[in-house]
Ligand binder design. Structure first.
Ligand code: SAM
Length: 264
C-alpha cells in the first residue's frame, strides 16, 4: 500500500532499508521511479517495491524478510476516491481528475470493496505484517475519519479493532493535524469539495465541521510471554491501553468499536 513511494523515499533518506507493496501497477511504476531518483540523489540504502495484493503478502515477499522489519508505516484507502486534482473550466464548472486509485470495478484494490471487506482485508494485511516485524517492532497507521453522506464514520476506531484482531498491541493513538503553519495561525487544508460540502450542510442547518486531522495509530508486536502466569505482559499492555481509553471517554464500554472480548 505504498502508493507512489513517498514513505519509502523518506525511509531511505533517514538511513533505513525500505520495502513497499502496492496493488496498482501505475503507482508501482511511479514508486520505483521515485526510488531511482533517490538513488540518483546519492542515497545508498536498498529500496524495493513489490507488485501485488498485500492481503497475500506471504506470497509476495521473500522469506529472508521474515522477522526483519523494525517499522511498518501504512495507510488504508478511505473509500474509492483519493485527494486528486481539481480544474475549473468556464461553463463546465469545477471538476476532479486523478482522484481514483484505479479501476473502480477491480475488487483487488481495497478502495473498491466496501467498508466491511476493507476492514476484513486490512486485518488480514496486519496479521501478515506481524510475521515480517521483529519482536517489539512497530506499525504506524494513518487513517482519516470520513463522512458517508453526512454521517461520520469513525474508521480510526475500527482500524484499532482490526489491529487487536490481528494480534497487535496498541501503543498510542495520536492526532496529526492536516494544516499549514502560517505566520500566526494554523490554516486547515480541506479540499474545495470538503469545504463546499460543509458549507451546504451548514446552509441546511446541519452544523458540521471540516475534518482537519488524521488519526495515527501505533501498534507493536509481542516481546515475550511472562513465565508462569500464562498471560503475556503484552496482553496486559493491550488491556491497559483500552482501560485508559475507556476511562478517558468516561464510559467503560466506549472504547471505539472494539469487541467486548478484547476489553475483558
Ligand atoms: C491511502 S493510499 C497510501 C498512499 C501512500 N502513502 C502514498 O504516499 O502514495 C492507499 C494505497 O493502497 C493501495 N492498495 C489498495 N488495495 C491494495 C491491496 N490489496 N494491496 C496493496 N495495495 C493496495 C492503493 O492503490 C493506494 O496506493
Amino acid at each position: 500500500m505504498c502508493g507512489i513511494g513517498t514513505t519509502l523515499v523518506e525511509a531511505l533518506h533517514a538511513g533505513r532499508r525500505a520495502v513497499g507493496v502496492e496493488y496498482e501497477p501505475h503507482w508501482v511504476d511511479v514508486a520505483r521511479a521515485n526510488l531511482a531518483l533517490a538513488r540518483d540523489a546519492g542515497v545508498r540504502h536498498e529500496g524495493h517495491v513489490f507488485h501485488g495484493d498485500a492481503r497475500q503478502i506471504a506470497s509476495l515477499l521473500p522469506s529472508e524478510y521474515v522477522g526483519q522489519a523494525a517499522l511498518v508505516v501504512t495507510s488504508p484507502p478511505y473509500g474509492p476516491s483519493t485527494h486528486g486534482q481539481v480544474s475549473a473550466v468556464p461553463g463546465v464548472g469545477v471538476q476532479k481528475y486523478h482522484h481514483l486509485y484505479g479501476n473502480t470495478l477491480d475488487r483487488g484494490n481495497l478502495a473498491n470493496i466496501g467498508h466491511h471487506r476493507l476492514l476484513a482485508g486490512f486485518t488480514r494485511i496486519l496479521a501478515g505484517l506481524n510475521t515480517y516485524l521483529r519482536p517489539g517492532g512497530h506499525i504506524a497507521i494513518t487513517i482519516r475519519p470520513w463522512r458517508e453522506h453526512a454521517e461520520l464514520i469513525d474508521l480510526p476506531s475500527q482500524i484499532l479493532a482490526c489491529g487487536l484482531h490481528a494480534g497487535l498491541i496498541p501503543v498510542e493513538r495520536c492526532v496529526a493535524l492536516l494544516a499549514r503553519a502560517a505566520e500566526t495561525d494554523l490554516i486547515a487544508r480541506g479540499s474545495f469539495f470538503q469545504r463546499d460540502f460543509i458549507r451546504k450542510q451548514r446552509e441546511a442547518r446541519l452544523p458540521l465541521h471540516l475534518i482537519a486531522h488524521e488519526d495515527v495509530l501505533v501498534f507493536r508486536t509481542a516481546l515475550r510471554r511472562s513465565a508462569g502466569s500464562g498471560i503475556s505482559t503484552d496482553r496486559r499492555d493491550s488491556r491497559r491501553f483500552l482501560t485508559d481509553r475507556a476511562r478517558h471517554t468516561g464510559n467503560p464500554k466506549e472504547h471505539s468499536g472494539v469487541p467486548e472480548s478484547w476489553a475483558a
